[in-house]
Design a protein around this ligand. Structure first.
Ligand SMILES: *[C@@H]1O[C@H](CO)[C@@H](O)[C@H](O)[C@H]1NC(C)=O
Ligand SMILES: *[C@@H]1O[C@H](CO)[C@@H](O)[C@H](O)[C@H]1NC(C)=O
Ligand SMILES: *[C@@H]1O[C@H](CO)[C@@H](O)[C@H](O)[C@H]1NC(C)=O
Length: 240
């Protein structure tokens, strides 16, 4: 090859690389930015209408199915289900927003049915599917901010090993409920599962214990099941 041939070859590679780079970025941008909504209650009164714990009631499920179709037709690509754990196993409560800690068999069945229902939805406008993310919150008897390692954690002061066993059981119930549920296009329905939706480093008691004790197993189990494990951060953005 002559010098000018080498030069034009190098230029060709250069432009070729730029084109690949741009294409990659455009594809990346198109696939990264998606719009979705937090959806966990079918009415304005959250205590009464949070649906996960009551999804076995056929009327609740029918309302949710209609609303999901509306969400997809409105253009959303995903819905995020927030689950607040913290109710005692076996306790009858009308606080429908609070799930059992650990997650109960009924709630696991309900999550499985809800996931299958989300997977069955396709936009009537352009056929796009709806995906699902799940974010976990810990309150009541699961509120790790209460207590400490010697006293136990949560409003019932469960000892650390009991508390951890319940977190693990809850994680496993969620995986059982959502595993292998796919959208009509063959992709996995669930994308991301957040272990803790409001991480505030240093601002919440015991959060370091909670994350360092539970995140490694969560990370592993959720990844093995094919989903993306995550936590997300919350800041108190007041200007003082
Ligand atoms: C929501 O429902 C609960 C339970 O029925 C009730 O106690 C509460 O007052 C209601 N809240 C509002 C704002 O209506
Ligand atoms: C745990 O809390 C109890 C009661 O508030 C306190 O007496 C104890 O010192 C605490 N233990 C640790 C390790 O912080
Ligand atoms: C923790 O609590 C559980 C359930 O109450 C109990 O079975 C277990 O013995 C306790 N473990 C320790 C180390 O206290």
């Amino acid at each position: 090859m002559s010098y000018s041939e080498i030069l034009s070859f190098v230029q060709f590679i250069h432009y070729f690389t730029i084109i690949i780079f741009l294409t990659f970025n455009i594809t990346n941008v198109l696939s990264i930015y998606e719009v979705g909504v937090d959806y966990h209650a079918f009415g304005t009164n959250f205590t009464e209408t949070a649906f996960l714990t009551q999804y076995h009631i056929s009327n609740v499920r029918s309302i949710v199915l209609v609303q999901l179709q509306g969400i997809a037709d409105g253009g959303a690509n995903f819905v995020t289900l927030d689950i607040w754990f913290g109710s005692e196993p076996g306790k009858i409560t009308d606080e429908h927003w609070l799930a059992t800690f650990p997650m109960s068999a009924q709630e696991t069945t309900n999550l499985n049915q809800y996931a299958a229902d989300v997977a069955s939805i396709q936009s009537k406008i352009d056929d796009h599917p709806l995906h699902l993310n799940i974010a976990l919150f810990w309150l009541g008897i699961a509120d790790y901010k209460i207590g400490n390692l010697t006293e136990g954690f949560g409003s019932d002061y469960l000892n650390a090993s009991e508390f951890t066993a319940r977190i693990e059981k809850t994680t496993d119930c969620i995986i059982t409920a959502i595993s292998n549920i796919r959208c009509s296009d063959g992709t996995l329905l669930v994308q991301t599962v957040y272990l803790e939706a409001e991480v505030m480093i240093g601002a919440k008691p015991n959060q370091d214990w909670f994350i360092s004790t539970h995140y490694p197993r969560f990370l592993n189990q959720i990844t093995v099941a094919g989903f993306t494990p995550a936590i997300y951060f919350l800041v108190d953005a007041r200007e003082e």
